[in-house]
Write a protein that binds this ligand. Structure first.
Ligand code: 13P
Ligand code: SF4
Length: 361
């Protein structure tokens, strides 16, 4: 086992302690893999109790992390809410760096750890605080909404944050509060285009892309429909607009998960990061998942082994400059103070209703 940690054995005690997790994971994890995962899962869960730590696990984590050691699981909005209210001393972020920063900003007195500092995000890397300052000079008086997939420095320059779960709601609310009909929405071009079709508020957009979702094409959807005519196709709003148009429904991580959990389609395709389908499949064994597999290389840097190392060695601690943190917190809090989005009732949230173009910066 890496990093000098002991090699834990798959003992009868480990097998008994982890049996309920195995029951859930057996649809996606082989018995051989389980013998490797179970001892680490048992040890991580013991360490969490010893150190008063919690693990916030994003839906793109692999199933042994998501179901095995995650105390709070979900999308970036759900995890941010948990970070703000959880009572543990240590938060281990099983996700990417911007999520750990968000947790630290919302819980400045807690120790926030990320198991691999290289777990970044192409959207967060696409824009700097300096870019935002220049954009504000170019569009004085317009509110700036930034996706949570940004650095703390970028959040500090903005009026309010949003996630894929609430982007339409946030854009409309901030336009109302500022008394304007145009909003700057950064940095995901495709999210901005998909939001623009859902609202009469005009959108100014930046050319950031999610390197995972931008790869899906309308041709992929056509091929999937030919091969799996009965499958329901759901897509994430970071996908290109023609993909959203070709899908049956479009919505955030939370909305897609909710759709499958409540409607239980016989066959489903999730046009998003691959682990999400694995994690839901563990909960709905009756649904067949067709998996066009695009993995996020940043999310995949987080493993059971480095979560274990993180807890043992208290690494890697995420810190945010207090002045930046205070300003970024105001943007995140403004978002969290909005009423919860109605995603369960609005599965078609990002489906195109009318054709409106965005203004590119
Ligand atoms: P969610 O806000 O849907 O959790 O998305 C985060 C993310 O990184 C999507 O690619
Ligand atoms: Fe960033 Fe895309 Fe990975 Fe999400 S899936 S963390 S948006 S690169």
């Amino acid at each position: 086992m890496g990093d000098g940690s002991a090699a834990f054995a798959f003992t009868p005690a480990v097998e008994a302690a982890t049996a309920p997790i195995w029951e859930k994971l057996r649809v996606r994890v082989t018995p051989l893999e389980w013998r490797l995962h179970a001892p680490l899962i048992a040890e991580i869960n013991r360490l969490k109790r010893e150190k008063n730590a919690v693990i916030l696990a994003h839906a793109y984590m692999t199933p042994e992390i998501f179901h095995g050691v995650g105390d709070f699981v979900g999308d970036s909005l759900g995890l941010a809410r948990e970070a703000a209210r959880c009572e543990a001393s240590i938060i281990v972020q099983a996700g990417v760096h911007f999520m750990a920063e968000t947790s630290k900003i919302l819980s400045p007195d807690k120790t926030v750890l990320i198991p691999d500092l290289r777990a970044g995000c192409s959207l967060a890397a696409s824009i700097t605080a300096h870019d935002v300052r220049l954009i504000k000079q170019k569009y004085p008086g317009l509110p700036v909404v930034t996706y949570v997939n940004t650095t703390a420095e970028v959040k500090a320059e903005t009026d309010i944050c949003c996630t894929s779960s609430n982007a339409v709601q946030v854009v409309e609310e901030i336009a109302r509060q500022f008394g304007v009909d145009k909003v700057i929405l950064l940095p995901d071009e495709f999210l901005a285009r998909n939001v623009a079709r859902q609202t009469s508020v005009k959108i100014v957009a930046w050319q950031g892309r999610c390197e995972v979702h931008e790869q899906f094409t309308a041709e992929d959807i056509r091929e999937l429909r030919e091969a799996w005519p009965d499958a329901t196709i759901l897509a994430h709003p970071e996908c290109p607009t023609e993909v959203i148009e070709a899908a049956d429904f479009a919505g955030s991580t939370a909305a897609m998960s909710d759709y499958v959990m409540t409607r239980r389609p016989r066959q489903v395709v999730l046009i998003t990061e691959c682990s999400m389908a694995d994690n839901i499949a563990c909960e709905v064994p009756g649904t067949e998942f067709v998996r066009p597999c695009n993995l996020c290389p940043h999310m995949k840097r987080i493993t059971l082994q480095n979560i274990y190392d993180s807890l043992v060695h208290g690494r890697f601690e995420v810190k945010v400059d207090p002045l930046v943190s205070e300003r970024a917190r105001a943007s995140i809090q403004r978002m969290l103070d909005l009423p919860r989005p109605e995603t369960p009732a609005r599965y078609d949230l990002f489906k195109a209703r009318h054709h409106v173009d965005v203004e590119m910066i």
